[in-house]
Write a new protein. Structure first.
Length: 96
């Protein structure tokens, strides 16, 4: 049986939510687009497409390494991100 967490049960499974949940699992770690793609099973281009609005809203931090390499992690200092993480945790507790 495939485990579906509470966010997926309520809002459905989207690429953007998959990326966000993957980054929330390791909140202190920066990772590359290719690492996110590998961890989520999404294509590199899908990750690049759906991570942009998360970066724009400051939910995800982008840290360039050189001219072409970008890394990402969840912005644990952002109030909206804190609410999302707390909501996700509490929702899983209630629905499991």
């Amino acid at each position: 049986m495939i485990h579906m967490d509470a966010l997926e049960k309520i809002f459905g499974k989207t690429a953007q939510m998959t990326v966000l949940k993957s980054l929330m699992e390791h909140p202190d770690d920066f990772t590359y687009l290719s690492g996110i793609a590998e961890a989520t099973g999404l294509s590199h281009s899908s990750v690049a497409r759906v991570i942009a609005p998360l970066v724009d809203s400051n939910i995800i931090i982008e840290k360039p390494l050189g001219k072409q390499i970008r890394t990402f992690r969840v912005n644990v200092e952002n109030d909206a991100t804190k609410l999302i993480i707390d909501f996700h945790s509490k929702l899983n507790d209630v629905l499991e």
